[in-house]
Design a protein around this ligand. Structure first.
Ligand code: NAD
Length: 356
């Protein structure tokens, strides 16, 4: 692994991964391809360690000429593919962009890798790796009595977002099977941590609470998710890149199953403790239950036995330690926060979605 193409590296997990990779792999050159949609920001890439090993390219993963040119120009030997439309609510309002980016975009990257690595033999194939970052949502929803998802569970995606990610996983698998492309896939649970765009549950709650705004909780708040601190996810991906078996899929998760309401309560309590001067205490009083999202999955849970046994990976943070770190990060990065809050597209989205 020498020249790594990271797609979506200005987004939440991608930017954390770029930072992690530069910190932990001193020889690697990172080519970061990101379109800078509403979800991506160069603010997420400020103060990178050793930033002369990071090259940012603004561009679309669906642009076949551009993607192939990057492979050739930088002799890419490794791809870590994060770029996606990632928000379930937006996929319900406008699925077309999800089909384009998540399916056509993944196909475009696979084709460029196939041409450069297999047809042109640009880099010895045994040195190459295409890693695809995916989600636990491809497995659908679990009933309370069902065991956590294993890698062998059948796919049953329920939203346009998860269906588009499922389709991209299948394409990656098919390129390994059909063309011998050296791939790995990880399916991970909900991430949280620094630089997460505040349309997602945890940053939205922190930022609304700081401003004394209502904390909108879908339905009864009893939906269950597995949560992983983003740096743990980055460590797991690097482990799979270095030691994962070709053609394999690995589940990644935080080994916890809290309800959404528990998460919101914990954030409120942390803010009560960390901001004793706040006029909005107790922050739990800001919670408002809003109409549930259509087709909202009830429960996700991940079985991480395979990655633990094969690669020795397990999360370092507990939910409590990770949430504390996250709240502290948002409190000490108010400049980043206000740069996001000021964006007109974000304000418009908030008004349309939580008008009640
Ligand atoms: P994000 O929405 O924060 O970032 C996505 C990034 O992709 C943005 O920087 C955006 O500008 C970029 N992008 C979008 N369309 C593009 C295009 N056509 N060309 C180039 N760049 C484009 O997403 P995230 O939360 O960081 O998720 C990253 C990946 O991890 C996604 O593939 C997602 O499915 C997966 N994932 C996310 C989670 C989670 O909890 N956030 C959990 C499991 C898996």
């Amino acid at each position: 692994m020498q020249r790594v193409l990271v797609t979506g590296g200005a987004g939440f997990i991608g930017s954390n991964f770029v930072r992690y990779l530069l910190q932990h792999e001193p020889e690697v050159l990172v080519i970061n391809l990101d379109l800078l949609t509403y979800a991506g920001s160069l603010e997420n890439l400020r103060h990178l360690p050793d930033e002369q090993r990071h090259i940012f390219v603004r561009g679309d993963i669906c642009d076949a000429d551009l993607v192939y040119r990057l492979f050739i120009q930088y002799e890419i030997d490794t791809v870590v593919h994060f770029a996606a439309e990632s928000h379930v609510d937006r996929s319900i309002l406008g699925p077309a962009q999800f089909i384009q980016t998540n399916i056509v975009g993944t196909f475009t990257l696979l084709e460029a890798a196939r041409k450069a690595w297999i047809e042109d033999k640009m880099v010895p194939l045994e040195q190459c790796r295409f890693h695809h970052v995916s989600t636990d949502e491809v497995f659908g929803s679990l009933e309370p009595h069902e065991p956590p998802f294993r890698e062998t569970n059948p796919y049953a995606p329920n939203s346009p977002y998860s269906a588009s990610k499922a389709a991209s996983d299948h394409l990656v698998r098919a390129y390994a099977h059909t063309y011998g492309l050296p791939v790995t896939i990880t399916n991970c649970s909900n991430n949280y941590g620094p630089y997460q765009f505040p349309e997602k549950l945890i940053p939205l709650m922190i930022l609304n609470a700081l401003q004394g705004k209502p904390l909108p909780v879908y339905g009864d708040g009893q939906q269950i998710r597995d949560w992983l601190y983003v740096e743990d996810h980055c460590e797991a991906i690097l482990g799979v890149l270095k030691r994962g078996r070709l053609g394999e899929t690995y589940n990644i998760g935080g080994n916890n199953q809290p309800t959404n309401l528990y998460i919101v309560h914990t954030i409120c309590d942390l803010l009560d403790e960390l901001r004793p001067e706040s006029p909005h205490r107790p922050h739990r009083n800001l919670i408002r239950f809003v109409a549930d999202r259509p087709g909202h999955d009830r429960r996700y849970a991940m079985d991480i036995t395979k990655i633990r046994q094969e690669l020795g990976w397990q999360p370092r943070e507990t939910l409590e330690s990770g949430l504390r770190k996250t709240v502290l990060w948002y409190l000490s990065n108010l400049e980043w926060v206000s740069s996001i809050l000021k964006r007109p597209d974000f304000q418009a989205w908030l008004e349309n979605n939580y008008a009640s």
